[in-house]
Design a protein around this ligand. Structure first.
Ligand code: C5P
Length: 218
């Protein structure tokens, strides 16, 4: 990839999606939401009636579905075997099951390969996830690791989902714990990533800080 790749990693609710999309628009770049890809496979697993903790059955579902991922930061979309799943992948059922599906090594191998293809095909792209700086794009031009306090992250997510803050906080803690301790490509900061705590920062501040880091005049 001769172009520019920005890797944005961090836990749920750290501001990754909003910041990554806004940065991609500002840079006239593409945008890839890798969490949506794990969620889409999870949707297919649930629709097939497969138990998300049955790794072999989950891997089989992943091997037979085809994902179509749109990378326009103004209108990202994802389809599973031609079916748009942008709404359902944000539902509580998918959110509860996604970490188990994302821990299956065969699922990660398939999705990481697809992510690398999309990255190579783009001239400029902002990619968000958990393992972008460490595994998917270790040669990214800029690696960012966003954090925020659990309370702030729960407050943000709760506003989006209309689920109460305490339930959301419990779900975030569970997924953070699961995502950071799994054997395959766990969530962790790349040693060369810039860490940014967004607890007290507005979106504009985070985006302009990243543009400064990229050497783009704000
Ligand atoms: O970012 P989002 O909350 O949509 O991600 C959903 C889940 O997908 C995460 O909790 C994690 O289990 C998984 N994921 C992952 N690797 C990525 C992106 C997401 O394992 N690169």
């Amino acid at each position: 990839n001769g172009g520019c790749v920005v890797a944005v990693d961090g836990p749920s609710g750290s501001g990754k999606s909003t910041v990554s999309r806004r940065l991609a628009v500002a840079l006239s770049a593409r945008y890839l939401d890798t969490g949506a890809m794990y969620r889409a496979v999870t949707w297919a697993v649930l629709r097939a009636g497969v138990d998300p903790s049955d790794a072999a059955a989950v891997a089989a579902v992943c091997a037979r579905v085809s994902l179509d991922v749109g990378t326009d930061p103004q209108a990202p979309h994802i389809r599973v075997d031609g079916v748009p799943v942008d709404g359902p992948i944000r539902g509580v059922d998918v959110t509860a099951a996604v970490s188990a599906v994302a821990a299956v090594p065969a699922v990660r191998a398939a999705l990481v390969a697809l992510q690398r293809k999309i990255i190579v095909a783009a001239d400029r792209i902002v990619v968000e996830g958990r393992d972008i700086g460490t595994v998917v794009a270790p040669d990214a031009d800029l690696k960012v690791y966003l954090t925020a306090s659990v309370d702030e992250r729960a407050r943000r997510r709760s506003g989006e989902n209309m689920v109460d803050v305490d339930t959301t906080a419990a779900d975030l803690r569970r997924r953070d714990q699961f995502d950071s301790t799994r054997a395959a490509d766990p969530l962790r900061r790349a040693t060369d990533a810039v860490e940014l705590d967004t607890t007290r920062l507005g979106i504009d501040e985070v985006v302009s800080r990243l543009r400064e880091l990229l050497g783009v005049r704000a």
